[in-house]
Design a protein around this ligand. Structure first.
Ligand SMILES: NC(=O)c1ccc[n+]([C@@H]2O[C@H](COP(=O)([O-])OP(=O)(O)OC[C@H]3O[C@@H](n4cnc5c(N)ncnc54)[C@H](OP(=O)(O)O)[C@@H]3O)[C@@H](O)[C@H]2O)c1
Length: 176
């Protein structure tokens, strides 16, 4: 299965602050829900704990923690990114309509996963924002833009955004 990274990223690379999101982007959350629905989603333990401690519905939730005793109700827990991808591939093949493995954060997981991803689906937040967690640098020699859509701020959005899809240049990455 293809591996896609989903993230919302400010102009200065910020993706998070104090364990949460430093913006309110209702339109983007709706798109995120629709595009990830039915797929396995992979996240770090801190991102899982930033949710109200329940799985995102309609998706296989996989949480990565180094603690083998960690439990996340309603989610699968694994102890490495490699195990997360193996589990997502095995279970995803049996999930009707599953198209891709969605890596949904946070910073620590993005840094490790970007070298294994085929696609980036990024919501560029059109502002520089204070925060403590960053997205890795997007190398233009590695990632080419295949589509971009400007989205004005709606009533329930704190910022305008640009939804941009990047594909790895030169085809799919080989994963061990
Ligand atoms: N803007 C966005 O799109 C977006 C998306 C998601 C999250 N966020 C934000 O990002 C922030 C969280 O990101 P973060 O970087 O602090 O944490 P994170 O990546 O969500 O989770 C880090 C945790 O994942 C586990 N982990 C990481 N690498 C591992 C590995 N190789 N093997 C086993 N376990 C591993 C560890 O859990 P243990 O400590 O349990 O071992 C580690 O503490 C929050 O502010 C959140 O709101 C933003």
């Amino acid at each position: 299965m293809r591996v896609t990274i989903y993230a919302a990223v400010a102009e200065n690379g910020v993706i998070g602050r104090e364990g949460g999101l430093p913006w309110r982007l209702s339109s983007d959350m709706k798109r995120f829900k629709a595009t990830t629905m039915g797929n396995p989603i992979v996240m770090g333990r801190k991102t899982w704990e930033s949710f109200p401690r329940k799985p995102l519905p309609g998706r296989l939730n996989i949480v990565i923690s180094r603690d083998p005793a960690y439990r996340a109700e309603g989610a699968e827990v694994v102890t490495s990114l490699k195990d997360a991808l193996t589990l997502a591939t095995a279970k995803g093949r049996c999930m009707a309509g599953a198209e891709e493995i969605c890596i949904i954060g946070g910073g620590e997981i993005y840094r490790q996963a970007i070298g294994m991803a085929d696609t980036l689906k990024l919501t560029h937040v059109l502002a520089a924002i204070d925060g403590d967690t960053l997205f890795p640098v997007i190398d233009p020699d590695v990632w080419g833009v295949v589509s971009a859509e400007d989205v004005p701020a709606g009533e329930k959005d704190s910022h305008a955004t640009r939804y941009t899809v990047y594909e790895r240049r030169g085809g799919d990455v080989r994963r061990a």
